[in-house]
Design a protein around this ligand. Structure first.
Ligand SMILES: [Zn+2]
Length: 196
């Protein structure tokens, strides 16, 4: 028998019915020491009471019901990707059509940009035709679009043909993008209706 009282963790060992090396001396002490015996009995009462408490379990779907009310902030790029994914058809033939369509659309955009670049008047020769402010904005925008699509060399290669040509080019570009977007939407709706 050891010559000190039991520690809390040692009482826990006895409560759990551990039978490892070193538990026997603890048991022996508890048998001989009235104070430790009392503490062990108290702990047994508490453990017993805890064991008899009703065991609660959540109803099925509890986690789903909670999570359905949790506001999850979705980063914009994740939302954008999800939206883009909804437009991509699931079936293989439709997907091929979509890829071809995307290629055609980007080609149309590029071609429009090239046309703008070569027909737009970026040299301010006809500044009187359009108010200079709107024109500046348009020229800057068209220049950036061309630069993004074809690189800086295309901007350098711009020729002058009058602002009307430039405006027509911008309209063509916007129309191409619009038609492409509308086409994809129709394609996606069609694929959803078919359920594949
Ligand atoms: Zn003791």
């Amino acid at each position: 028998m050891q010559h000190r009282h039991l520690l809390s963790n040692e009482i826990d060992l006895l409560l759990d019915g551990e039978v490892g090396f070193g538990v026997a001396p603890l048991r022996a002490h508890a048998d001989d020491c009235a104070e430790c015996r009392a503490r062990l009995d108290e702990a047994l009462v508490v453990a017993d009471a805890l064991e008899r408490l009703p065991h609660f379990a959540p109803r099925t779907g509890f986690a789903d019901r909670v999570l359905s009310q949790v506001q999850i902030v979705q980063p914009w790029h994740v939302a954008a990707l999800d939206t883009a994914r909804r437009f991509i058809p699931e079936s293989r033939p439709l997907r091929a059509v979509a890829i071809v369509g995307a290629g055609a659309a980007s080609l149309a955009v590029s071609a429009s940009a090239v046309w703008i670049a070569f027909s737009a008047d970026l040299s301010f020769q006809s500044a009187a035709f359009v108010t200079s402010r709107g024109r500046d904005a348009l020229v800057t925008w068209a220049g950036r679009a061309v630069e993004a699509a074809l690189g800086g060399a295309a901007v350098d290669a711009v020729r002058s043909n009058g602002p009307m040509a430039m405006v027509a080019g911008v309209v063509a570009l916007v129309a191409a993008v619009g038609v492409a977007a509308f086409g994809f939407r129709a394609l996606a709706a069609n694929s959803r209706q078919r359920g594949n």
